[in-house]
Design a protein around this ligand. Structure first.
Ligand code: GLU
Length: 446
């Protein structure tokens, strides 16, 4: 494989798909050396096949808003790779959703799901529907109209969607209600992130954030550091940020910042139960602003227009959106003494930011390893659904612990450099790639 040639060809075929090209380039650069040690991969054109989705389902969704106006959205399900299991991955509702964004996410998902140790292929879906400012009734009508188109393409052994940015428990409920009506079957395992009374798994709502903190714990242990007494800056305030803030606080760290598109909350005294619960209230308001947090809690200050990375911290956890931490942010963090950055959002850091952080020799780990606890627990939800039982919270949490530990071990195994530095990006990419590549090789040319 030659990265320059491959990328030139991809850019020609997919002009302007910047997020997708960025995600593929990162993986190609880190697996190139290993790949070229395996002539059987080259012969079977594994990488040429792996970078393209198996199929993209595109559909139009039309619905009626509260004022009686007719609205149309563009919607997709990208079934990326099913070498190691049924397609699996979230659905994103965000005004900027397009094929580039969902292809990057589906590609990342394929590697991430391989890392979880569970049998799940990679997929992603979404809509340019913007939940900001929508009423609950509008969200329900949109979810129902979305499922009307999608239902025939998914199934417990075919493709299992879940939540992502803009899609949480509420949306999964509305999606499932319509799915069940159309399919005339109680296929519990067709979606994950379900409610606890109808097939959901305990710990799934918390799992992305919890898993991320378990991963960070392993990184810190290895480096002789501890979460206890460390300060943590978190971007975002949604489901992922909430789980991360909750577990970080439980493990003795002080969460001194959360943020939104409107600015950052400086929270010097850290979180408590009330503050953490309020993050969920903020998300459910559909306003996508974090400022009310400072009105509600006297010891917190709102700084408009600033990012979480402007607050001095030991550990930075991007938990919101792709490319939310750029080169200048990385420099600001380093100048403030940050010694660990772990992406909890998918591709939260730009390539320049990653190069800056790794160049400074601080701990850095990519989203596909750090946030894999979310989809891993979705996998555990599927297992419980298939067995028609539900495990206790302690049982799920123990399995999540085990999975995050094994992902960390895989990263160390494939990412350890001669000088001892762990390149977690390389480690995660190679470990994920090897598993999918092996399966593709054994399944022939399809
Ligand atoms: N959207 C989450 C992710 O990026 C979870 C996907 C799932 O549970 O299927 O991994």
């Amino acid at each position: 494989m030659n990265v320059t040639t491959l990328m030139a060809e991809l850019e020609r075929r997919h002009p302007g798909e910047s997020e997708y090209l960025q995600a593929v380039r990162e993986v190609l650069e880190s697996i190139e050396e290993t790949y070229n040690l395996h002539p059987e991969f080259e012969k079977a054109k594994i990488i040429e096949r792996m970078v393209e989705p198996d199929r993209i389902i595109t559909f139009r969704v039309t619905w009626v808003d509260d004022r009686g106006e007719i609205r149309t959205n563009l919607d997709y399900r990208i079934q990326f790779n099913s070498a190691i299991g049924p397609y699996k991955g979230g659905i994103r509702f965000h005004k900027a959703v397009n094929t580039s964004m969902l292809k990057f996410l589906g590609f990342e998902q394929t590697f991430k799901n391989a890392l979880t140790t569970l049998p799940m292929g990679g997929a992603k879906g979404g809509s340019d529907f913007d939940p900001v400012g929508k009423s609950d009734a509008e969200i329900m009508r949109f979810c129902q109209a979305f499922m009307l188109e999608l239902w025939n393409n998914i199934g417990p052994d075919t493709d299992v969607p879940a939540g992502d940015v803009g899609v949480g428990g509420r949306e999964i409920g509305y999606l499932y209600g319509m799915y069940k009506k159309l399919a005339r079957e109680y296929n519990t395992g067709v979606l994950t992130g379900k409610g606890m009374t109808w097939g959901g798994s305990l710990i799934r709502p918390e799992a992305t954030g919890y898993g991320a903190l378990y991963f960070v714990q392993h990184m810190l242990d290895r480096a002789g550091r501890s979460l206890k007494g460390s300060t943590v800056a978190i971007s975002g305030f949604g489901n992922v940020a909430w789980g991360a803030a909750k577990k970080a606080t439980e493990l003795g760290a002080k969460v001194i910042a959360i943020s939104g598109p409107d600015g950052v909350i400086h929270n010097p005294n850290g979180m408590n139960d009330e503050k953490i619960a309020y993050m969920l209230t903020l998300r459910a308001s559909n306003q996508n602003i974090v400022a009310p947090f400072a009105e509600r809690f006297d010891d917190a200050t709102f700084i408009p227009g600033k990012k979480a990375w402007s607050i001095k911290c030991d550990i930075a956890l991007p938990c919101a959106f792709q490319n939310e931490l750029g080169e200048e942010d990385a420099k600001e963090l380093l100048a403030n003494g940050t010694w660990c950055v772990a992406e909890v959002s998918n591709m939260g850091c730009t390539p320049e930011a990653i190069a800056t952080l790794q160049g400074a020799g601080i701990l850095f780990a990519p989203g596909k390893a750090v946030n894999a606890g979310g989809v891993a627990t979705s996998g555990l939800e599927m297992t419980q659904n298939a067995m028609h039982i539900s495990w206790s919270a302690a049982e799920v949490d123990e399995k999540l612990h085990y999975i995050m530990h094994s992902i960390h071990e895989a990263c160390v195994k494939y990412g350890k450099q001669e000088d001892g530095y762990i390149n977690y990006v390389k480690g995660a990419n190679i470990a994920g790639f090897m598993k999918v590549a092996q399966a593709m090789l054994e399944q022939g040319i399809v």
